[in-house]
Design a protein around this ligand. Structure first.
Ligand SMILES: [Zn+2]
Length: 74
């Protein structure tokens, strides 16, 4: 039996340079590639690619979401 909770799912975070929108892809880069998905459209219409728009390093999604959804800011 595998304990999935101990494994963080692979995530790819893309950030649009135009509008700052964050796109979170669940899965590995090679999986997206094998699906033929190498570019993703942002809400602003900009085309994001894993190569060009990936946010490098560790990205704390929970922190990010909290920041986006903070009711009373700071
Ligand atoms: Zn955008």
């Amino acid at each position: 039996m595998q304990h999935f909770s101990e494994f963080e799912p692979e995530r790819i975070v893309l950030k649009c340079r135009w509008c700052g929108e964050i796109l979170v892809l669940i899965g590995r880069e090679e999986d997206w590639r094998s699906e033929g998905r190498s570019s993703f459209q942002c809400e602003c219409g900009e085309s994001l690619t894993i190569l060009a728009n990936r946010v490098p390093g560790e990205y704390n999604i929970e922190q990010l979401l909290r920041r986006l959804g903070a009711p009373n800011g700071r």
